[in-house]
Write a protein that binds this ligand. Structure first.
Ligand code: BGC
Length: 606
């Protein structure tokens, strides 16, 4: 079957009626979804309702900041509420199943998917996992206005997409599995097996992971869905010899739902007929899916009330919360001489950079539930300072060298034909000229939606394109400059960190991006983010994480022998770093206990 047919089989209504489809994915057409549910419930032999799955990762119609930004709040209540808003929008549109939260620990910013998770720390990762499961599912599966969550990608994907991972069980159990365990303990209803292989056993055929750890150790009650084409990838990994073998290995490892390979449905009948798989094994795989559908209340309430959809999708409370979350998640990296907040009396601003005016890039990856562009930075600044002269220039473009596979699926992330070198140079020169004429410049630099995320790993962390050149030329004018970074990962801003007095990491802030950035720049909100990752000086330092085993004297020790002869091995900004507009100190802290035994807890005391 062709890729297009795989996602969109031409005879799907007939297939639903025959009971050959249990879930339907990647459509946001509420009317179509409703129609399919009616066919499944009213016309199929067993009347089993369908699951409608979609990647509601950081928002649906209203886009919230990307998950890495939310993690930097260190406040699980915010992602919990945000995911509850997203669940409500999705559910009102007919979606009842999301492929989130993504809880992979990421310790290497070159991995594009670092943007989808909570960063490098298992404790923070577990807190974010729990919060998001609660946000998506509500207090329990079946809560009204909520959706079924999927914790992914089980387990330990975290360097490059779909790669091999070799990890000792200690590090797996201490670092990579805790967020998954937290999601399971919070009652997550489904779990996605990853593309990658763990210690030579591809996850979707890895019985140790999917059965021994997940079911036997953790008593997981939900079902396992493979990542999109992973059943097929068991063959690519050389783990299964053909489709029949792949189906056998996936099912016997613990998979219930083959997301998109169609290999299980095609191969299982023959495997049962030949006696290789028993009907009891098929029942065991189907049971958790049915149990989840029952616990979700789908048999009693299979349909969506479409008369309410548009009111839910335009509820201002959701937009308000997206703005608050975006403001609070921004990280103030540098603020020499209290440069920020800026004065509202500024008469003219040059707003410069390829991210200042692109609403889709400000939404970030997976911000696609309707493809509604975010408020741009220019729109935000104009609303904030209606009387100032605000001029803007792109200053050159950001372009992938190798296109993303997602560009065809999410056409809004596609750019027009590439600029020539001369056209880029002209845009840079025009931007410098505007900066020269203005009282100050705000530069918005970083990464586009399709240069962070899946299919977006990198071998360097430089500002893509000619943004570094643009930045340095504008700083050389000697006028005030504020730098706002929009991206899904830390980038190499070593030069900026020494030459630009004010730097804000805005991440990919979502629908309210421009308003929230303006709020932060002009002091109507205080940046509250603290880095959930160690910010490297350059890509060569990666993987970089604070809880590295101490294996040599620290850099502060005189006997230290440098790890790199070109520069320090410490991060540019450490894990947990983030300034504020205010200053405060916490003094006189004491511990309730100074010695701990296993299972003990301590609390700070005043
Ligand atoms: C990604 C998953 C995603 C799935 C469905 C895959 O390529 O790895 O994270 O949920 O596609 O869209």
């Amino acid at each position: 079957m062709s890729a297009a047919n795989l996602l969109n089989p031409p005879n799907r209504e007939e297939m639903i009626q025959k009971g050959e489809i249990g879930s339907f994915l990647w459509s946001v057409d509420s009317v179509q979804l409703d129609k399919y549910q009616h066919i499944a419930v009213e016309k199929s032999r067993l009347h089993i309702p369908l699951l409608f799955g979609y990647d509601v990762i950081h928002g649906f119609r209203t886009v919230f900041p990307v998950p890495i930004a939310m993690a930097g709040l260190w406040d699980p209540q915010v992602p919990e509420r945000a995911q509850a808003f997203s669940a409500r929008e999705a559910r009102a549109s007919g979606i009842n199943w999301t492929f989130g939260p993504m809880v992979d620990i990421a310790r290497d910013a070159r991995w594009g998917r670092i943007v989808e998770g909570a960063g490098q720390d298992p404790y923070l990762g577990a807190a974010m996992a729990r919060a998001q499961v609660r946000g998506f599912q509500g207090a329990e599966l079946g809560s009204p206005d909520h959706v079924l969550a999927t914790v992914k990608h089980f387990a330990a994907e975290g360097g490059r997409d779909y790669d091999s991972v070799y990890l000792p069980e200690t590090s797996l159990r201490n670092v990579y599995l805790p967020p998954f365990k937290a999601a399971v303990d919070a009652g997550v209803g489904s779990l996605m097996s990853a593309y990658m292989d763990l210690n030579d056993g591809p996850s979707s055929g890895n019985r140790w992971l999917l059965h021994d750890v997940l079911r036997a150790d953790w008593s997981f009650q939900g079902f396992v869905v493979t990542d999109a084409l992973t059943t097929n990838d068991l063959i690519i990994h050389g783990f299964a010899k053909d489709e029949s073998d792949a189906a056998y290995r996936a099912l016997t490892a613990g998979v219930s739902v083959d997301m998109a390979s169609r290999i299980l449905s095609a191969q299982l009948p023959a495997l049962v007929q030949s006696g290789k798989i028993s009907v009891a094994q098929i029942d065991d795989a189907a049971r958790p899916v049915l149990a989840v559908k029952i616990r979700m209340g789908l048999f009693e309430h299979p349909y969506t009330d479409l008369s309410k959809t548009s009111a839910v999708l335009s509820d201002p409370a959701t937009r308000n919360y997206a703005r608050i979350a975006a403001q609070r998640s921004m990280v103030l990296l540098r603020n020499e001489n209290h440069t920020l907040p800026l004065s509202k009396k500024i008469s003219s601003i040059a707003l410069i950079g390829p991210l200042a005016n692109d609403g889709i890039d400000l939404d970030g990856g997976w911000g696609v539930g309707g493809e509604t562009p975010a408020v741009t930075v220019e729109e935000g600044l104009r609303k904030k300072l209606p009387n100032a002269a605000i001029v803007s220039a792109r200053g050159g473009e950001i372009r992938r060298t190798i296109p993303s596979r997602f560009d065809d699926l999410f056409p809004s992330t596609k750019k027009g034909p590439p600029l020539t070198a001369e056209e880029n140079s002209k845009e840079i020169a025009d931007a410098v000229a505007l900066a020269q004429k203005s009282e100050m410049s705000v530069l918005v630099l970083g990464e586009t939606a399709n240069t962070s995320g899946e299919y977006a790993s990198r071998s360097t962390l430089e500002l893509p394109g000619r943004q570094e050149e643009l930045l340095e030329k504008i700083v050389a004018l000697g006028k005030p400059v504020t730098l706002v970074i929009v991206s899904g990962r830390p980038l190499n801003i070593s030069w900026a960190s020494a030459h630009v007095p004010a730097i804000v990491m805005a991440w990919q802030p979502g629908s309210e991006a421009g308003n929230a950035i303006a709020d932060i720049l002009f002091g109507d909100a205080v940046p509250g983010g603290k880095l959930p990752v160690s910010w490297p000086r350059n890509a060569g330092q990666e993987p970089l994480y604070y809880s590295h085993n101490v294996t040599q004297y620290p850099e502060s020790d005189p006997t230290y022998r440098s790890r790199y002869w070109e520069g320090p091995s410490t991060p540019l900004y450490p894990f947990g770093y983030g300034l504020s507009y205010t200053t405060f100190s916490v003094t006189d802290l004491r511990l309730s206990k100074t010695e701990l035994t296993a299972g003990d807890h301590w609390k700070p005391q005043r």
